[in-house]
Ligand binder design. Structure first.
Ligand SMILES: [Zn+2]
Length: 233
């Protein structure tokens, strides 16, 4: 066999190997697994976000509870002063009263905010629980599918490795220059070798000038000027 014939034979194995590689990549089980994985990541991110939000809420709750304690103490002091009739005059008594009203109103605001935060935190707890349940379900589906896929992948991969071994064997008979050319073309056109059908390139169906056809027929290294494939008869 000449170099082009050897390359053609090499290409037959390459086509089969490529088909198996594609089957592996396009396996429905694999695509489903990728979807499950993305979904799980999304759920994990949601859980993390909720945890951060709850932590922020807890910080705010602590601040509010301290503020409540402070105002309660101030209010108790003031009430004591009022009960003891400490006010020296009517203006001071009125000031005590307006201070007390302001403190009460602050307390109400703080307590309303505390209530709101506690409710939000509860909602988030529930949400987090739901997300965790959904994530656990997806994880169990993922694990089941993974077992099936692993077995499928193992078989396909063994098949692919057999073809790769065959390719390595066939490559031994081919001059490196021809193989390099083949691999370079392979990056943009697969399969890289195309036969002539009359004056047509079977890779892209374009007609070639008769001079080019003659060169191919004489075994010269010729690439199709349209698709760049290496031409052979
Ligand atoms: Zn072509």
């Amino acid at each position: 066999m000449n170099q082009l014939e050897l390359l053609w034979d090499y290409q037959q194995t390459d086509i089969r190997a490529e088909a198996v590689a594609k089957e592996i990549k396009r396996s429905p089980a694999r695509q489903k697994l990728v979807k499950y994985r993305d979904y799980l990541l999304e759920q994990q991110n949601t859980i993390k976000r909720i945890e951060e939000e709850v932590a922020t809420m807890q910080d705010r709750l602590e601040v509010l509870e301290d503020a409540v304690k402070l105002v309660e103490d101030q209010l108790a002091n003031l009430v004591k002063k009022m009960e003891n009739n400490d006010a020296e005059n009517v203006e001071q008594a009125e000031r005590y009263l307006s201070d007390a009203q302001r403190m009460m109103s602050n307390l109400n605001e703080y307590e309303a905010e505390i209530k709101r935060i506690r409710k939000d935190a509860q909602d988030r707890d529930r949400l987090q629980y739901d997300v965790k349940v959904r994530a656990a379900r997806a994880k169990s589906e993922f694990d089941k599918l993974k077992t099936t896929y692993d077995e499928e992948y193992k078989q396909k991969n063994e098949e692919l490795n057999r073809y790769k071994e065959e390719l390595a064997q066939k490559a031994k008979g081919i001059e490196p220059g021809w193989l390099d050319k083949y691999n370079t073309i392979r990056h943009h056109a697969f399969p890289p070798l195309a036969r002539l059908n009359g004056s047509q390139c079977t890779g892209c169906n374009m007609s070639l000038p008769s001079g080019v056809v003659k060169d191919v027929q004489s075994g010269k290294e010729v690439e199709c000027e349209t698709c760049g494939r290496l031409l052979t008869i």
